[in-house]
Write a protein that binds this ligand. Structure first.
Ligand code: SF4
Length: 648
């Protein structure tokens, strides 16, 4: 979209005509409690933080809330928010020639110095292109010149940046709290130097955790598989090692309070980052290591401050596995005591399947007794060993009994179909297990007992032990879902599932290479957007895009990769070594499990890479063992040589 030069006041005046005609105009106005508006004339660097889906979803994105707070604390820079407009608003913007703008100041996106996208999942890719286009920014990185904004992106999906390499100037691999300041610093120096855009990109490449795709070229074997990544410039790092913070900075408490309902109207407090459980399907669990915790007192104080500043009535104590937080009982007791009688609902998601989890939820005052969620992920013990989530069926039923007997009437059970080596017997076991849990509930609370089964389909993710495995075909998924739909029905039972085609899109994009960028571009050109929304996603359109790009979609999804295949994301290092992932995959084929790595360190690669950081942060801040000896160069770590000695 070509945008004319247009002032914020002109945009504001056009909105007065546009907003009465669109649904939920509160998505597009800004002006909420705690938003930060600065005087553009006094600011050196302006950053647009973009969540490429609607406001209702984007306002709950914790990563952007953290960056918004951090950036706006500095006097010389500002951060403003941009979200995807829904279809009706997009039509109005396009028909009136109005560019997409920031909520705070109504400046067009193209006016910003830096545009930062949050990409937590792959189905936001076409929306990313659409936001750039609506904002008047060239969609292709190669078409941007020195006067255009720098387009950066981070988030979990950025750990395989290759499908989006053509659209993003710089990817942040890993945690953004510190690196964003360095990126802005480099940008400011470059801006005052008057040098060209290539010079900016080369300087950014020197920052730990920043990946500049245009400084590399992908090479392929004649059979189409990936060969290696070649550096085109000496400034390019190879590999690009992820960024982490040694200690989690204090939680954000100055949160923006929306006027309209959003998906989570609550205070999000991250109590812990990382996970030591080692579930083999779990992308987040592998890429966010090591585990770092926040002190109990800091969490309690943050809740107190956030309540004062926002008036929210719910707090989410967030992590990948909340019951693994070292002082979880102390935390729950402290929160319960401190906020007793304040009608504050506390959610504690991601609890392990054990009676202790029920004790924890029970201890939380004012907690709603709607549904209690457990995620066994698979229904047979064999399958749970393959995915490394070993919990016995007896333990699961015992936990279910504890839940029903403590006053909850509904248990939500989350499963995945499509795990490696799964058969229809394993799917039948999901049905049997749900019915067994319901039967336990009926014994205790009669017909009030309810079991809601959420069954999604497994998508193999890069950087995990399952990165080699094929994804189920549409026919396989339909056969498994058919069985579930036929038998998981009746009083007290409810089933939800994903469309098989949605799963395939995620699978194509997750393990895509650079050639996938053309597919994304063609899909968007032909109308794809809001692919994460069932009613908007068009499978046919994506198949057509694959045809235009001359690529076979099954190459990315249904092919079992040989154990020695080089992956298109290997130049991005999570610091969990491929050797560890390979061994874990081979263990899974034998049904061999690993214990929680806090009990026994498996030398996954995290500690050698971040040995200096660990040494500088002794004690229980990290859940990895302490390190005795000296730092080892990254190239030795990645080859598995000279690993340091760990204290037992
Ligand atoms: S270094 Fe050891 S303890 Fe730390 S995440 Fe890796 S396996 Fe777990």
């Amino acid at each position: 979209m070509r945008v004319p030069v247009i002032s914020p006041s002109e945009i504001q005046s056009r909105l007065e005509h546009i907003l009465p005609l669109v649904r939920k105009p509160g998505r597009y106005t800004g002006g909420e409690l705690n938003q930060v508006v600065k005087d553009w004339a006094k600011i050196k660097t302006r950053v647009a933080l973009v969540f490429p889906d609607i406001y209702d979803l984007g306002m709950s994105n914790l990563g952007l809330a953290i960056l918004y707070d951090l950036i706006n604390h500095r006097e010389d820079i500002l951060a403003e928010r941009v979200y995807s407009p829904w279809l009706d608003m997009e039509a109005s913007l396009r028909s009136s020639g109005t560019p997409l703008y920031s909520l705070e100041s109504k400046h067009p996106l193209v006016d910003f110095d830096i545009i930062g996208f949050s990409l937590p999942y792959e189905t936001l890719y076409t929306n990313t292109l659409n936001v750039l286009d609506l904002g008047g920014v060239p969609v292709l990185s190669a078409e941007r010149n020195t006067g255009h904004p720098l387009v950066i992106a981070g988030g979990h999906a950025a750990y395989n940046p290759e499908p989006m390499h053509a659209f993003i100037d710089a990817f942040v691999i890993g945690e953004g709290e510190e690196v964003i300041q360095e990126i802005i610093g480099v940008y400011q120096t470059w801006k005052s130097s008057g040098k060209d855009r290539k010079d900016l990109l080369r300087s950014l490449a020197g920052i730990w955790g920043v990946y500049i795709p245009s400084l590399y070229e992908a090479q392929y074997h004649p059979d189409g598989t990936f060969s290696h990544m070649e550096k085109l410039d000496e400034a390019a790092q190879l590999p690009v090692v992820k960024r982490i913070v040694a200690r989690l900075p204090p939680p954000v408490t100055h949160l923006i309070v929306p006027y309209i309902d959003t998906v989570h109207n609550r205070i999000p407090i991250e109590i812990m980052r990382g996970c030591t459980r080692g579930c083999r399907f779990c992308h987040a669990g592998m890429i966010t290591r090591p585990v770092r915790e926040r002190p109990v007192q800091e969490v309690v104080e943050a809740i107190e401050q956030a309540l004062e500043k926002t008036g929210f009535e719910e707090v989410g104590l967030l992590s990948l596995s909340s019951s693994d937080y070292t002082n979880i009982l102390e935390l729950v007791n402290a929160v319960s005591q401190r906020f007793k009688g304040k009608h504050l609902s506390i959610s504690l998601p991601s609890l392990r399947i054990e009676s202790f989890s029920v004790d924890l939820m029970d201890a939380l005052v004012d907690t709603r007794r709607g549904g209690f969620t457990l995620a066994p992920e698979a229904a047979t013990e064999r399958m749970r060993e393959i995915i490394n989530k070993p919990v016995s069926t007896a333990q699961l039923l015992e936990t279910a009994r504890a839940i029903f007997s403590r006053g909850w009437s509904t248990i939500k059970l989350y499963f995945m179909i499509g795990h490696p080596s799964e058969t229809l017997e394993d799917v039948q076991a999901i049905i049997d297990l749900c019915k067994a849990v319901l039967a336990e509930g009926r014994k205790l609370i009669g017909n009030r007992a309810q079991v809601n089964a959420g069954v999604s389909t497994f998508v193999p993710k890069p950087h995990t032990p399952f990165q080699w495995v094929p994804c189920d075909t549409v026919d396989q998924i339909r056969a498994k879902q058919g069985l579930l739909k036929r038998q998981l029905r009746g009083a007290g039972l409810k089933l939800t599932w994903n469309n098989p085609e949605d799963t395939l899109l995620e699978a194509w994009l997750s393990r895509g290479d650079r050639r996938m960028a053309e597919v994304i571009y063609q899909a968007w050109k032909h109308g794809a957007k809001f692919d994460a929304w069932n009613e908007q996603f068009s499978y046919e359109l994506w198949i057509q895009a694959f045809q235009i790009a001359g690529l076979d979609p099954t190459f990315y999804t249904h092919r079992e990769r040989p154990i020695d295949e080089t992956f298109p994301w290997e130049h991005i290092s999570t610091s969990v070594r491929k050797k560890f992932l390979t061994e874990d995959y081979l263990w899974s084929l034998r049904g061999k499990t690993r214990v929680d790595c806090r009990e026994r360190c498996f030398a996954c690669g995290i500690l050698p890479t971040f040995a200096d950081m660990r040494r500088a942060n002794p004690g229980e801040v990290w859940q990895c063992p302490e390190v005795k000896n000296k730092r080892i160069p990254v190239h030795e770590i990645l080859s598995g040589e000279n690993l340091p000695v760990l204290q037992s």
